[in-house]
Design a protein around this ligand. Structure first.
Ligand code: SF4
Ligand code: SF4
Length: 261
């Protein structure tokens, strides 16, 4: 099986994104983050992604439903029901060809799925800490397959989706994101853990342990990247005023700014 056949198989089985990080990209990483800690003869890491439906963030955006929409379809089921099947099916195809394949969820075994997704050419880690892809912005979750099959790797994507944006930082009512120079924002994880603006926790094996995709910062990122990513919609995501809670849980509402108003 070669890279093209493998990618075709992954897409047939439901992957929205698939990339390959060859060993040259990570072979010298520290042991804790190195795929060879898990599979000593690993030659390639296949990163597969499932998009998160924009509609799965709707309930949090409106402040009306947090768990049935995002918590289940965006997070829990997307990863543990839909994505795991893709991972398993790709691993089955690899093993049917004679290679060994180690299936892992995005946070599985302590590997850094975002760093591996970057090395697999799928996108970049944005200033707000979200992994951003040209098609879906921050709306995807990743899983991994390690294999002892040497596959052709993908080139790292030359992508700068953040540019001079700071929408995620500005949307955080707890000021948990802070600027430090021109680089990535610094996240105060302790403060962030108190967030009541749509943040959800994740399991040890989850792609996002501190799941901010539907939080105020994540939804601000979605709005900021609308029109700049491939997955377009007829109408804008943000329909009306935004809500936020401070650290004490007090709610405030910010009117929606419309062009010309
Ligand atoms: S999850 Fe909440 S506290 Fe954390 S950065 Fe986002 S908006 Fe701020
Ligand atoms: S909101 Fe803007 S700065 Fe923050 S991660 Fe998204 S694109 Fe980058």
């Amino acid at each position: 099986m070669d890279s093209k056949q493998l990618k075709r198989k992954a897409r047939e089985r439901g992957a929205d994104l698939v990339g390959i990080a060859s060993a040259a990209r990570w072979a010298d990483w520290p042991s804790a983050l190195n795929p060879r800690r898990i599979q000593p003869k690993c030659q390639s890491v296949i990163v597969v992604g499932r998009k998160v439906l924009r509609g799965a963030l709707r309930g949090v955006e409106e402040g009306t439903s947090f768990y049935s929409t995002y918590g289940m379809y965006g997070k829990e089921w997307n990863e543990t029901a839909f994505l795991v099947r893709v991972i398993h099916d790709v691993a089955l195809a690899l093993e049917a060809s004679g290679a060994e394949a180690v299936p892992l969820l995005g946070g599985g075994a302590g590997l850094d799925a975002k760093a591996l997704a970057r090395e697999a050419g799928l996108g970049v880690i944005g200033k707000g800490g979200f992994f951003l892809t040209p098609d879906y912005g921050h709306r995807q979750r990743f899983g991994l397959i390690l294999t002892d099959l040497a596959l052709e790797g993908d080139a790292v994507a030359p992508l700068d989706l953040c540019k001079d944006c700071s929408a995620c930082l500005e949307a955080c009512s707890l000021a948990a994101l802070k600027r430090e120079g021109d680089g990535a924002f610094i996240l105060d994880e302790t403060l962030c853990a108190s967030c009541r603006n749509g943040r959800q926790g994740g399991s040890a094996t989850a792609y996002e342990g501190n799941d901010r995709l539907a939080a105020a910062c994540g939804r601000a990122c979605l709005v900021a990247l609308e029109g700049r990513i491939g997955n377009r919609f007829d109408a804008p995501f943000r329909k009306r005023s935004t809500w936020s809670r401070d650290i004490e849980g007090r709610v405030s509402v910010t009117p929606l700014e419309r062009k010309g108003s």
